[in-house]
Design a protein around this ligand. Structure first.
Ligand SMILES: [Zn+2]
Length: 287
């Protein structure tokens, strides 16, 4: 599933392409992508309005239009945006190959936004779990209001408050988007390994020194992942169709059985509240 660095990469890719443009038409063969209304109502809210901002909140992409309307998109498991060319005739969509887009990417296009500069932005989604919600900006703000502090900008005081308030395992707290927004399974494993904290450590038992390490790891790893364009564990691609490079070289994620990059002990995996955690049994001591 795309995590914060991937969604941030998408937002940074979309922003210069969408700012000051208008959506002039919309096509979909998967109406269930649109969560709160009919396709016609959806189109009436997003069509012919100048795009004034493209931003991210947690793992949501938000496009703001003039006149106080917004569009929220969640990529879920396999969603991604891609600029390419398609021909839409009598409700049917046909890819037009321009040599720059892989056929696999074109194969799962579920929706296409056509802009007033004639460019086409497709939404590819193999699993069809993606979600789009349109409406007044205040409604979209309410939708994203439930998320915790953004992980890339959280400070020591905020992180300590969140961690001290919970008797759950640290891995669970890091994944709880209402507490800290933007860390998913990949980056939670990465930051815990980097901070030498066992994933089952009780959150409120962390010392100030450990919280400082954790904070530093969160900031460093997310910054690096954003710089590398995110991870492409699943179908994730940036808006030009390229894969992210972070996952080529993870610290601990998906490295079970391989040697710890610090101490050469084999990396182990365990289940915590239904999610798989990878950790080093020597560097990340359980206590
Ligand atoms: Zn180790």
């Amino acid at each position: 599933m795309p995590e914060l660095p991937e969604v941030e990469t998408v937002v940074r890719g979309l922003r210069p392409n969408l700012l000051n443009k208008k959506i002039v038409s919309f096509w979909t063969d998967t109406p269930k992508l649109i969560k709160n209304k009919s396709v016609d109502q959806f189109v009436s809210e997003i069509k012919n309005k100048k795009i004034i901002n493209v931003r991210r909140r947690a793992k949501n992409i938000i496009v703001d239009f003039e006149g106080g309307y917004s569009l929220l998109v969640h990529l879920k498991m396999t969603g991604h945006f891609i600029f390419a060319k398609w021909k839409i005739e009598k409700g049917k969509m046909l890819p037009v190959s321009d040599g720059s887009v892989r056929e696999k990417v074109n194969g799962y296009i579920r929706a296409i936004f056509t802009l007033d500069d004639k460019r086409m932005l497709g939404f590819s989604d193999l699993r069809k779990f993606g979600k789009m919600i349109s409406g007044p900006t205040e409604m979209i703000e309410a939708e994203i209001g439930k998320f915790g502090t953004e992980a890339p900008t959280i400070d020591f005081k905020e992180l300590k408050t969140v961690l001290n308030a919970s008797g759950r395992k640290i891995k669970q707290v890091l994944l709880d988007q209402t507490k800290i927004a933007g860390l998913g399974n990949i980056y939670a494993d990465e930051v815990l390994w980097k901070s030498k904290i066992h994933p089952e450590t009780v959150s409120r038992s962390l010392s100030d020194k450990e919280i400082k390490m954790l904070l530093k790891s969160i900031h460093e790893i997310l910054a690096l992942a954003i710089e590398l364009g995110g991870s492409s564990i699943s179908d994730y691609r940036n808006v030009e169709g390229a894969a992210g490079r972070y996952a080529l070289d993870t610290l601990v994620y998906k490295r079970e059985g391989q040697l710890c990059r610090r101490c050469k002990m084999p990396i182990k995996k365990m289940k915590i509240a239904g999610r798989t955690a990878r950790y080093c049994p020597k560097c990340q001591i359980r206590r």
